[in-house]
Design a protein around this ligand. Sequence first.
Ligand SMILES: Cc1cc2nc3c(=O)[nH]c(=O)nc-3n(C[C@H](O)[C@H](O)[C@H](O)COP(=O)(O)OP(=O)(O)OC[C@H]3O[C@@H](n4cnc5c(N)ncnc54)[C@H](O)[C@@H]3O)c2cc1C
Length: 471
Amino acid sequence: MIDVLVIGGGNAALCAALMAREAGASVLLLEAAPREWRGGNSSHTRNLRCMHDAPQDVLVDAYPEEEFWQDLLKVTGGLTDEKLARIAIRASSNCRDWMRRHGVRFQPPLSGALHVARTNAFFMGGGKALVNAYYRSAERLGVQIRYEAPVDRLDIVKGEFRAAYVNGERIEARACVLAAGGFESNRAWLREAWGQNERGEWPADNFLIRGTKFNQGVLIKHMQEQGADMIGDPTQSHCVAIDARAPLYDGGICTRIDCVSLGVVVNQRGERFYDEGEDFWPKRYAIWGRLVAQQPGQIGYSIIDSKAIGRFMPPVFPGVQADSLPELARKLGLPEQTFMATLDAYNAACRVGTFDHTALDDCHTEGLHPAKTHWALPLDTGPYYGYALRPGITFTYLGLKVNAQSAVHFGGVPSANLYVAGEMMAGNVLGQGYTAGVGMSIGTAFGRIAGTEAARAALQVKKTERERAAA
Ligand SMILES: Cc1cc2nc3c(=O)[nH]c(=O)nc-3n(C[C@H](O)[C@H](O)[C@H](O)COP(=O)(O)OP(=O)(O)OC[C@H]3O[C@@H](n4cnc5c(N)ncnc54)[C@H](O)[C@@H]3O)c2cc1C
């Protein structure tokens, strides 16, 4: 019998598998995806948020524990478990040497992401290179890996793991780590969670999924049915506004549209609906998905003029271009009259001071609702550009409740041999909101803890088995 069974094939699973193997356990990893799609959402990532008290290789200045904690407290509005959050924060300060030993390389951020040079360490080659490095290391260490192995249920007796089932095959192990992601790829579940709005629409039907299609939440649902203690709200997730032309799954980071603050955003009626100049990138990025989700048809249009070109990271696909604003409205299929009334009112309300995109500058609107509080320049220089935006779900927060050992709980009692890591438990730390790079901090910290604990539990069981056999 295998010592530790790891279910999932992304960052959290790989961290768990490597740690369990290093602790001397035999390890089998079951990845639902075929080899070429392995790595889940982790393969789309770019960086990891890291606490540090002084400059460290690719990280400048300092980002102390207290500041990291305050950032987390702010974005979650207090919906976080401080003890678990601090475990993830502290672990982020010393995990990179271990990551390097398994082949992960880091690089300074590229221009366009310099505001996170202090807080986030970027993976050389992105998340794809990170998961490939971990798989190589796992293979070298003797971790057994099976692809196209989706687990659909577990055999759990009185809170203890006995076996997992893959297409009817029973796989027994002495301990198990669940790291099979959230339920963001399950459109039926998203539909149920988001429900129907006052216009009779099912908003989630128009969501795009930024990452893997394999995170269907099968084991989250199964564990819920098995009576595991749950945490988090199914409607909470990381959700950003992305290029509406993105594919349904796996569009990744190249579907990002980041010119919102440089122009205006209108809905399909041609009306503005929120302050486009409220805040800088990380906060702005994380709220626009939900804002677009609340609009009719769950679509928005980011409108800029030529002055904005060169001031933001260009999207992969060019926007719709027109020489005049009425022509742009027609090309985007927006009602021309309302669109022009919106744009004329906006242009007339702009009070231009000293434009500075790196600060909350003094260019704002007056007498306009909603106001644009910063970076408000009239849209008056053709050609004009429009990008359609859709809500893009990154990952969901509903998951399993854990303790500091990352153990799954039943009725408040921690399991002796079943652990969970990554998106399946991130909701313990992230009740709502998001701060860039914390998904990988949580997955790495609790993946490593879960792997260590699972190995400890399995080796203990093995020792008892041997003693019994010898007696
Ligand atoms: C486009 C994008 C960019 C992101 N960028 C960042 C970033 O830069 N920094 C950051 O911190 N976070 C980022 N995130 C979030 C980050 O990806 C997650 O927080 C993190 O990867 C979660 O790791 P995980 O191992 O829990 O899940 P995943 O990496 O998604 O792995 C889940 C794995 O489980 C497998 N699986 C699912 N169901 C089953 C089953 N039933 N049986 C067996 N296997 C199963 C899947 O195939 C997959 O391999 C990003 C996410 C996306 C989508």
